[in-house]
Design a protein around this ligand. Structure first.
Ligand SMILES: Cc1cc2nc3c(=O)[nH]c(=O)nc-3n(C[C@H](O)[C@H](O)[C@H](O)COP(=O)(O)OP(=O)(O)OC[C@H]3O[C@@H](n4cnc5c(N)ncnc54)[C@H](O)[C@@H]3O)c2cc1C
Length: 406
């Protein structure tokens, strides 16, 4: 990433892959993210000809979408050194955190599909691995207009249950309800990993999990969401009105199974967030360090002034702590997919997102007035980081939930 990185002694092959990812990140993702962020209307982010599609194509061309899918379905899961997967995700977060999340989420339904040994799901995962153009795009549809934190906390309050409901009728489920405007890739996704209520009498504990195509009759989308941070990340609602899906698409029709395995999902999602936003913390530090060496005040580069030096060192300290912690957690959880550490994953998500916000805010201070100017990347990094403390669960809510796994 930059001159002040410790060599982690990964293999020459991994170093070669990381060089390619860095090139893609800094030559394609970073400029695309800046361009997309400046578009006033989020509809233009996803328009034909938008640079967003270059990012999708570049990500697919490198085969990064297949990293968590086993060889049997055409993926690279067994080929990659686990540290490579972690460093790749960090590098993508370094380049542009919102786009890194978009790319990660775009794989979610297909990564899950590969885990289910039915012919439909295995074929779906294979088709996804073969897609080098970005035709198949996934989303994770969990939050609802009336239920955000309720999903993070789960819990036994029977008055509060999911509003998207699936009812079994013969060989089909009939789905009704709405997923919120916060669903990442919501208006461009072709497939969803969808959380539904199967047994409303059990509140949030009565859920099922489906993997579905989104071009079925009865499924429509809202408008792309206009927001403060991570603007290149498309978001929007998905509406279900008597949408019928074959019974087989409900890959987990057993609420008890989901309740027993919800820790794995929490660890996976929070683990990914931790790595991506540790990458953003490092990016904000690097920008501030470079600026402090060239901006002259009082006749010397501002890095010569003790308060700036101390500020930079504190930012470096925190960014390095977040990166080291995220990597350690992710290495452990990748090696223990059936019994990951939820507390470590959530702790790392909170630490990385809070660190990214702190470092980007301090970087803005070091840039002075220019920190607020759109011609420099800092104000965007700050907005992107700030969103992450709410993204995929408000940090406080995730922390409350994680304590149940301590
Ligand atoms: C950038 C971004 C990307 C996202 N991507 C996705 C995605 O891909 N898929 C998806 O489904 N969702 C996604 N989300 C949605 C996200 O998960 C929710 O925004 C989050 O869970 C919070 O829900 P909410 O916004 O409805 O806030 P609310 O639940 O309304 O919470 C509002 C405030 O009240 C607090 N609060 C709520 N309930 C309690 C309680 N019981 N005890 C104490 N405090 C409480 C919260 O901590 C928060 O501070 C994304 C969000 C963002 C910002």
């Amino acid at each position: 990433m930059s001159g002040h990185d410790i060599d982690l002694n990964v293999s020459p092959e991994t170093k070669a892959v990381l060089r390619e990812v860095k090139r893609f990140g800094m030559e394609v993702m970073r400029p695309a993210g800046i361009q997309l962020d400046r578009l006033a209307d989020p509809v233009d982010v996803i328009a034909q000809g938008s640079v967003l599609w270059d990012v999708f194509k570049g990500f697919r061309a490198l085969g990064l979408h297949t990293m968590q899918i086993p060889r049997a379905c055409g993926g690279l899961a067994e080929e990659k050194d686990p540290m490579a997967a972690i460093l790749i995700a960090e590098q993508l977060g370094y380049a542009d955190a919102g786009l890194a999340i978009s790319m990660g989420v775009s794989c979610m339904p297909f990564n899950y599909a590969a885990m289910f040994p039915t012919p439909e799901m295995q074929q779906l995962a294979r088709d996804f691995c073969a897609d080098r153009d970005g035709r198949m795009i996934g989303c994770w549809a969990i939050t609802e207009p009336d239920h955000g934190t309720d999903w993070s906390l789960g819990g036994g309050n029977l008055k509060c249950g999911p509003s998207v409901k699936a009812v079994l009728q013969g060989n089909e489920y009939i789905i009704n309800g709405e997923k919120s405007a916060w669903v990442s890739n919501g208006t461009i996704a072709t497939h969803a990993l969808l959380h539904v209520s199967l047994d409303p009498s059990r509140g949030m504990q009565g859920q099922g999990l489906a993997i579905i195509p989104l071009d079925l009759p009865g499924i429509s989308r809202g408008k792309p969401l206009d927001k403060m941070g991570q603007r290149p990340l498309n978001q929007g609602s998905i509406i279900f009105e008597d949408a019928r899906i074959p019974k087989e698409y409900m890959v987990i029709p057993y609420p008890d199974f989901i309740n027993a395995s919800s820790g794995q999902g929490l660890a996976m999602v929070n683990g990914g967030m931790a790595i991506v936003f540790a990458g953003l913390a490092k990016a904000a530090f690097d920008e501030a360090y470079a600026y402090a060496r060239q901006r002259v005040q009082g006749g010397v580069p501002i890095i010569e002034h003790a308060p700036i030096k101390l500020k930079l060192m504190k930012m470096f300290e925190r960014a390095e702590a977040a990166r080291a912690n995220a990597r350690r957690m992710a290495l452990y959880n990748l090696a223990n997919p059936l019994a990951p550490s939820v507390v470590h994953a959530v702790a790392a998500k909170c630490l990385s997102t809070e660190t990214a916000t702190f470092v980007a805010s301090e970087a803005m201070q070091i840039f002075g007035g220019y920190g607020l100017a759109r011609e420099f990347p800092i104000e965007k990094m700050y907005r992107d980081a700030r969103a992450s403390m709410i993204e995929d669960g408000v940090n406080d809510a995730l922390a409350m939930k994680a304590m149940e796994y301590m």
